[in-house]
Write a protein that binds this ligand. Structure first.
Ligand code: ADQ
Length: 486
């Protein structure tokens, strides 16, 4: 990675985080490692030897490091102060928008100071993008942390083609209307030419929100807003298109990884270390209240109590990645989950036979792939989830044809993965029944279901997602204006 002078780019990506993690060795040497996220792979696939810039936070508070190159990517860090991290990131993003956009599973917190921080940080991102975007460039803004960037950028750089993709659900207007800053947020989004969502319902919710909150006119997937005569952010007028472009994974890359000798050997080792059970049930989630881990544990506990499953024949492994630990709701959730796991193991484990293996840790891609290969039944039971990539990774890793996927209807993935064992995680009796069916169904039937799921993910991988988004953005109705000379 080398530093170089300020340049501008035809493609700019803006996301909360840069696609690299910093590590500082004891002697103070700084190195950046590419984080293994799907977004980086997706971007590489659409760059086609083009250079692009990526604007994002480097993951620690303080001054932004100087921009630097990572292959064809120009990484442009945005500096967040400790207060920005508390109020913009942990506050407005993760304690206001996240719960509101996930069906208010926990109550969202509304603080005016957090909203001010959100505006301030969105301005910082806008400054950085405006600096690196070439005349007429395409800018792809990601996710709920940056919903004001499209209009902030549009107001400043009408020459740009701007797209925004929402990785999480977009709530129905009946919930969205709670937000004290709902109109400004929609005005922020309407700065984009194209807005991409995970599910058609998310796009519809957004369009209904524009009609109901702003009084905009909506025809099909196009929203037209007359604008406001108030000189505030994104005063319009605006025309934008909204549609669903479901995200996916690098299916071929993950399949190859899962098929590598190292991962195969590790899978055998993991199974042996669990005592070679007949059935391994697996859950893999960030430790987040949206993921339905408590409901899942309740179903497992009842199945154990009913005598339907028991160690050592059946064992449940729950991997819960540490997440947002400075936010109160996440600390409470962790305590509840750990108390429940303790109770279940106290009641149903025996020496050497553990009912629930609970791992509050992060793992590398190889270890994740090995875990998926070991899972006879994968439990993906969120109460609400934009997409859920774990479901797609699991079926891809099981290219041996085995396994079974239990999938919540409330995930974006359920829209596409109809051959999964679909469930309503709120219905504990139904969830228990579905888990038992996934364990006991005829193996030939299970193989057919898995083959169909794998086909779907292979055909709709992350490359097709990124191409579909950029094609939709290119064709979106708002034509960029000629940049005014200043
Ligand atoms: P997330 O809520 O983070 O993403 P998800 O889609 O499941 O959820 O992706 C999680 C990723 O982290 C997967 O690639 C998974 O393998 C990995 N992971 C999970 N636990 C891990 C662990 N312990 N160690 C290492 N890796 C682990 C948000 C939205 C989703 C949407 C994605 C992408 O909330 O709905 O699918 O963005 O748009």
């Amino acid at each position: 990675m080398v530093s170089s002078a300020a340049r501008t780019f035809d493609l700019v990506i803006a996301a909360n985080r840069l696609p690299v993690d910093r590590s500082v060795s004891p002697d103070g040497t700084v190195t950046w490692r590419t984080s293994p996220g799907g977004l980086v792979t997706a971007m590489e696939s659409v760059m086609h030897e083009r250079e692009a810039a990526w604007v994002g936070w480097a993951g620690f508070p303080g001054e932004a490091p100087d921009p630097f190159d990572d292959g064809l990517l120009r990484l442009h860090p945005v500096g967040l102060t400790a207060e920005d991290v508390t109020d913009f990131y942990e506050g407005f993003s993760n304690d206001t928008l996240w719960p509101l956009y996930h069906d208010v599973i926990v109550p969202p917190t509304y603080h005016r100071s957090w909203w001010h921080a959100y505006r301030r940080v969105n301005e910082k991102f806008t400054d950085a993008v405006a600096e690196v975007a070439a005349e007429g460039a395409t800018v792809w803004v990601h996710d709920y942390q940056l919903q004001l960037v499209p209009a902030m950028l549009r107001d400043r750089r009408p020459d740009l083609r701007i797209g925004w993709f929402n990785h999480i659900p977009f709530p129905p207007v009946e919930l969205f209307a709670q937000l004290p800053w709902r109109a400004m947020l929609l005005r922020g989004l309407l700065g984009a030419d194209f807005l991409g969502f995970q599910r058609p319902d998310d796009a519809r919710n957004f369009l209904r929100g524009c009609r109901s909150v702003l009084g905009a006119s909506v025809k099909g997937d196009v929203v037209t807003w007359q604008g406001a005569d108030d000189g505030r952010l994104g005063a319009g007028p605006r025309v934008a298109r909204a549609g669903s472009v479901p995200i996916s994974i690098d299916a071929e890359g993950f399949r190859k990884l899962a098929d590598s000798p190292g991962v195969r050997a590790r899978a055998t080792e993991i199974r042996a270390s669990l005592g070679d059970p007949e059935v391994v049930l697996l859950g893999v989630d960030r430790l987040d209240y949206t993921k339905g881990i408590r409901h899942r544990l309740r179903a497992i506990e009842e199945l154990l109590a009913d005598g339907e499953i028991a160690p050592p024949q059946v064992t449940f492994v729950q991997v819960a990645t540490p997440s947002r630990e400075r936010v109160e709701a996440y600390r409470t959730l962790r305590e509840q989950i750990e108390a429940t796991v303790g109770r279940i193991n106290g009641d149903f484990s025996h020496l050497g036979d553990t009912a629930v293996h609970y791992l509050h840790q992060s793992y590398g891609r190889e270890e994740m792939a090995a875990l998926f290969k070991v899972a006879d039944v994968m439990l993906v039971t969120p109460l609400r989830d934009g997409m859920n990539l774990v479901a797609k990774e699991y079926v891809t890793a099981r290219h041996d044809g085995g396994g079974a996927l239990v999938l919540s209807e409330f995930t974006g993935a359920a829209e596409e993965m109809r051959s999964a064992y679909l469930c309503n995680p709120h219905d504990i009796a139904g969830l228990k029944e579905t888990i038992l069916r996934a364990i006991r169904d005829d193996p030939a039937l299970k193989r057919r279901r898995m083959a169909s799921l794998r086909r779907r993910v292979r055909r709709h991988d992350v490359q097709t997602w990124a191409e579909a988004f950029l094609t939709a953005l290119d064709a979106a109705p708002g034509k960029p204006a000629v940049r005014k000379e200043v």
